[in-house]
Design a protein around this ligand. Structure first.
Ligand SMILES: CC(C)(COP(=O)(O)OP(=O)(O)OC[C@H]1O[C@@H](n2cnc3c(N)ncnc32)[C@H](O)[C@@H]1OP(=O)(O)O)[C@@H](O)C(=O)NCCC(=O)NCCS
Length: 151
């Protein structure tokens, strides 16, 4: 497994990993555009094939995880945690005070990962996700304090 900081040239690999991880994937152009944005950074994990992807945006002292996903065949090998740990490191370096993300309340695996990294439940967005035939799902807002241990 190889984790690297993403550049727009990685957009095809990021889109490939995203398409494996999510039912509604983002395409290459989405990743190119995002990586061009101010305060946006990302990572991609390759293990022969693209295996994981993360995009984060920092604005006004806050970092937000826009997406993180790992291909089903590559899960439970620490890739999600490695992606998040890398993002937390960059966010801290850039001076962000806190990191936020939204996650489907029913996504127990992702919630477990975030809690393990120190994220706390900060709020609930009712009916945030459109699950098509399955109706709508609430989003949990989670927050990680990035100031702990700073002078
Ligand atoms: C959530 C996701 C990113 C986790 O990626 P991963 O590479 O499998 O996670 P890791 O192997 O780094 O897991 C680290 C720890 O998180 C927790 N965890 C991760 N997935 C879990 C699951 N399905 N069930 C329970 N705990 C889980 C465990 O504590 C795990 O440690 P362990 O394997 O030693 O028990 C991945 O399952 C995924 O892409 N899911 C689909 C997309 C998604 O839901 N993205 C997040 C949207 S907010």
């Amino acid at each position: 497994m190889k984790l690297t900081a993403a550049t727009p040239a990685d957009a095809p690999a990021m889109a490939s990993a995203h398409a494996q991880a999510f039912d509604t994937p983002w395409d290459e152009a989405d990743f190119e555009d995002l990586l061009d944005g101010i305060g946006v950074f990302g990572f991609v994990v390759r293990d022969e094939d693209p295996a994981g992807v993360l995009i984060c945006r920092t604005i006004a002292g806050e970092a937000e995880i826009l997406t993180v996903g790992v291909a089903p065949w590559a899960r439970r090998r620490g890739i999600g945690q490695a992606l998040m740990t890398a993002a937390i490191g960059i966010a801290r370096e850039t001076g962000a005070q806190a990191m936020f993300l939204e996650v489907d309340v029913g996504n127990a695996g992702a919630v477990a990962l975030y809690e393990r990294l120190g994220f706390a439940r900060a709020g609930l967005r009712r009916d945030y996700y459109d699950r098509g035939a399955h109706g709508r799902a609430d989003a949990l807002v989670m927050r990680l304090d990035l100031t702990a241990g700073r002078d």
